[in-house]
Design a protein around this ligand. Structure first.
Ligand code: GAR
Length: 199
């Protein structure tokens, strides 16, 4: 039986990871990007998805709206497009346990929600991770992990590291990480797909 991951991408900004996923799987039958959703008006990720003719939406939180109501609108959109997996690609909102429950995989006891994070988790969770690690003169890396209800705390799927001493400037340091991100997210999705095929 063929297994297809029908993924919705959630992103808040530039969208280089989102574009990389759309591009990496555009001619493959393993992962199908069903839609791209941003919570930020005018974010560049929406332009990027148009290049691939993938439906894209801005679903921003209305002033005074509850987090659950905002997430409900996102979940509905994902469901309408047949999405059963969620990929976070620079999505800056923390997901509630309601949202996580909506994509819970009872068989595998984890959510079908994946995130890429710019650090070697559990180090430097949260925002500005490359910057904080660089200022500490720390080696760093990239993690792809399942999402749980904590902030960047879910089970790790893949990690790759790089050395502080290889980088003369912050720009070079960040670029090292970005280069790893491009490789790591598609690789992690292939691992997930193989796992689903075999179970
Ligand atoms: C990426 O570096 C990603 O790892 C990071 O945001 C950036 C998004 O860039 N994610 C996080 O910090 C999540 N906590 P992009 O919009 O160009 O893909």
């Amino acid at each position: 039986m063929s297994v297809v991951l029908n993924v919705a991408i959630l992103a808040s900004g530039n969208g280089s990871n989102a574009e990389n996923i759309m591009s990496s799987f555009k001619n493959e039958s393993t992962v199908r990007v069903v839609c791209v959703i941003s919570d930020q008006e005018g974010s560049f990720v929406l332009q990027r998805s148009k290049k691939f003719s993938i439906p894209c939406y801005c679903v921003s939180k209305i002033s005074g709206e509850s987090k659950i109501s905002h997430e409900c609108r996102i979940v509905e959109l994902i469901r309408n497009h047949g999405g059963d997996f969620v990929l976070l690609a620079g999505y800056m909102m923390v997901l509630s346990s309601y949202f996580i429950g909506e994509f819970w995989n009872h068989k595998l006891n984890r959510a079908n929600i994946i995130n890429i994070h710019p650090s070697l988790l559990p180090k430097y969770p949260g925002m500005n991770s490359y910057k904080r690690a660089y200022l500490d003169r720390a080696n760093s890396g990239v993690s792809v992990h399942y999402v749980d209800s904590g902030v960047d705390t879910g089970e790790i799927i893949l990690q790759e590291t790089f050395d502080y001493s290889d980088c003369d400037t912050f720009e070079a340091y960040e670029q090292k990480g970005r280069t790893i991100e491009v490789r790591l997210y598609p690789k992690a999705l292939k691992i997930i797909h193989e796992e689903l095929v075999s179970c």
